[in-house]
Ligand binder design. Sequence first.
Ligand SMILES: [Zn+2]
Length: 342
Amino acid sequence: MDSVNGSSGTSGTSSASHASDSASLGAQAEPSAAQTREDELRDALESNPDAVAALGALTAAPSYAALSVEQQVEALNAFAATPNLATATYLQGAAEQTLDPQATPSALTPDAGTLTLDGQTYSIRNGELIGADGAVAGSIRNDGQVQLNADTAPRSVYDDINTRVQLRELGPDQQMRDLVNLHAADPNGRLDNANINREMARLATATIAQARREAMDMRVVSDFRSVEEQNALYAQGRTAPGRIVTNATGGSSWHNYGLAVDVAFNDARGQPSWPDNAHWDRYGEIAAARGLEWGGNWRGINDRPHIEYHPGLGAGEARTMLPGYRQGGLQQVWNQLGLGAR
Ligand SMILES: [Zn+2]
């Protein structure tokens, strides 16, 4: 988070905008520490009009004018450290542009709002979680770590991919809106399927957890597919009704060896959907960074939901696994790839 705000890329132009700012201040000789800090924030948030407007609202408030300079600086620092929706939007944009894993909106805490965690809703005030009875029930940090009074240690709301998380913020229009809305990513336990290789499951889980840190609400929709099921799927759109969905015949898809998984995005009701405007590219980037091959990089059928794992082999070499599979099943295939026991 700091790296995003700190490396805004606008530093080259900041001195120019500082000069024009102080010119417009007229007679004032030395800008106060608060004015300097405000200018810095305006530079950092330059590309985010919503955040600049939120900053303007803060500094225009009569209660702000009544503060001492030290208190004003404190208020500005608090504004910078506690992202609101505008900042969230900015960070999201930064993450998309840079594809820098550091520059992710992983650490978004609204200054006021609610957190729903596995069905329990807490109000948030300045990082404190307030239960329905009005008592402080725990805390939430900017990195997504939550600690409830009953917990012995903080836990990340993103790491358990089946935790239902809804983080809402009170917007400038006084309406509550979602910052993060995450449904269970594997409600059918597909990654627990014994026919899915454990390393594949681990990498898929890590990919989804990272996507959740970036507020992408992903869900596993298919896992292992037998050779016979693959042949039936291949027939679809060719010798059977439906649209063509695969170019792989039985034995030539990594799904047939428990080494591929398909995902979707959850819609607002938690149902799988494949919106064109979802952040598929970012998902592919996250998967590739973990050594998975992403179907979105393929020519021919561009298979954006699909990830697969076959260290040392290419996507098109799945078929070379078929003899081993016929002989010794999935375990032999995984042994051949050095993936060990499931
Ligand atoms: Zn697939």
